[in-house]
Design a protein around this ligand. Structure first.
Ligand SMILES: Cc1ncc(COP(=O)(O)O)c(C=O)c1O
Length: 442
């Protein structure tokens, strides 16, 4: 197959790759040069089935025509417009479309360029909201162990991944963490939402008692923690968090960077769990991963609290050069249209049943100590090699890539999140590929 990008550069040293074992990679590079629908093409011309929607973002599959066309058209028509004190129609149209598909009560949108920036934006909105309401003492932020909220300082402060936190000094002050909800002893091999652990939400009451509610601005959680290995909240847990936050005037932020845009078989995780947060953080699937963009949705109550004082004064001192960038907005609008045309925001509800069945058929395969699933997300937890954590899963990742499957690993957990267009036959192919990999690795 001829492809203009297929030439592999002969010096890989200049690019310091993100979240990558650089030395290992550069000894044996894994390069994609093209992608279409469910498949990548490698630089050596092989087809690789995408079991991860890129990085949990290509929900509609690759190179979808409407999105590709919209980007080209927009770049030619209006490439850039200043984001501050100026506007362009597509950003407003997109904000309206997002409000339409979001849970009732989330009525205003701030645009960013990534999940990390969406998280920072949400945390800043929360702090500033309390201040404009005259409750400026509410400065504390509550996150959770094993949470991933991106890589910026706010996000790693409320996040709970040790390797993300230990290198970067003291982080934000005034942050506390709830316990994570992962419980292999009680919940291993649960199909769907696990039963045990609802009471862990009451840890929030303990934290509120410790610090006093009047000092706490917000609680941030992923409805399902994705990047730390698909940690599914116990039944009723998020509802309980909602009750506690409401009772104490604390804002609840859902980080839906992974769970947003159909991943759970509902438009958002909030819909799946029937819990509406005050602020919803999104990115990834918003543009199908094609152009960097994030969106933060907030309640009218939060937005309206800022809309006071002289009209010529900026109400919220925050934004990015590329907030609501025209090309990104066009990509997002075309992505939402593609989702709508193909019912992709809800397709995972039905497909998830087949996915769960196939996934759980891996029970009993070598090294497997847990399998869990929700919507179109799945995880296979492996017994770590004694003294070499992460090595077994990394071997699985390399073996899968060699045999034509893109999977993602975190720790010793294989995480799967295929594009929502995946067929039943491709689900079977993916799971059988992983079965063969599990049987082949040490
Ligand atoms: C829940 C969550 N929040 C934030 C982020 C950060 O997003 P980005 O990599 O776009 O900055 C991620 C990325 O995986 C995520 O899963």
């Amino acid at each position: 197959m001829s492809n203009s990008n297929a030439v592999v550069p002969n010096d890989l040293s200049a690019f310091w790759m993100p979240f990558t074992a650089n030395r290992q990679f550069k000894k044996a590079p894994r390069m994609f040069v093209a992608a279409k629908d469910m498949h990548y093409t490698t630089s050596d011309g092989r087809q690789v089935l995408d079991g991860t929607a890129g990085l949990w973002c290509v929900n509609a599959g690759h190179a979808r025509p409407k999105i590709v066309e919209a980007i080209a058209k927009q770049a030619a028509e209006l490439d850039y417009a200043p984001a501050f004190q100026m506007g362009h129609p597509k950003a407003f149209e997109l904000a309206n479309r997002l409000v339409d598909i979001s849970p009732d009560g989330l009525d205003h949108v701030l645009f960013t360029n990534s999940g990390s920036e969406s998280v920072e934006t949400a945390l800043k909105v929360a702090l500033a909201y309390h201040r404009v309401k005259g409750e400026g003492a509410r400065t504390r932020l509550i996150g959770r162990e094993r949470a991933y909220h991106g890589v910026n300082f706010g996000g790693i402060s409320v996040g709970g991944i040790v390797t993300n936190r230990k290198m970067f000094g003291t982080l934000l002050g005034g942050v506390d963490h709830m316990p994570h909800t992962h419980n292999l002893a009680k919940n291993a091999f649960t199909v769907g939402v696990p039963e045990y652990g609802t009471e862990l939400a009451d840890e929030l009451e303990r934290i509120v008692t410790l610090h006093d509610a009047s000092t706490i601005a917000a609680v941030i959680v992923e409805p399902v923690a994705g990047s730390t290995g698909v940690l599914i909240p116990p039944v009723g847990y998020l509802k309980r968090l909602r009750e506690i936050t409401k009772k104490h005037g604390i804002l609840l932020i859902f980080d839906e960077v992974i769970t947003g845009y159909g991943r759970l078989g509902t438009p958002f995780g909030a819909d799946y769990f029937g819990v509406t947060p005050d602020i919803m953080v999104t990115a990834k699937g918003l543009t199908n991963g094609i152009i960097p963009m994030g969106a933060v949705l907030v309640s009218a109550e939060i937005h309206d609290a800022f809309m006071q004082g002289p009209e010529h004064v900026i109400e919220f001192f925050h934004g990015y050069t590329y907030s609501g960038n025209p090309v990104a907005s066009a990509a997002a609008l075309a992505t939402l249209e593609t989702y709508k045309d193909e019912d992709l925001l809800t397709r995972g509800a039905e497909m998830g049943v087949h996915f769960a069945e196939a996934l759980h058929s891996l029970k009993g395969e070598p090294h497997v100590i847990d399998i869990r699933n929700i919507g179109m997300v799945g995880a296979i937890e492996l017994e770590p090699i004694a003294g070499s954590p992460t090595k077994r899963a990394f071997s699985a990742f390399l073996a899968a890539y060699e045999s034509g499957f893109l999977i993602r690993t975190t720790g010793d957990i294989i995480a799967l999140s295929p594009p929502l267009i995946i067929s039943k036959a491709q689900i079977a192919e993916l799971i059988d590929g992983i079965r063969a990999v599990l049987r082949s690795i040490e």
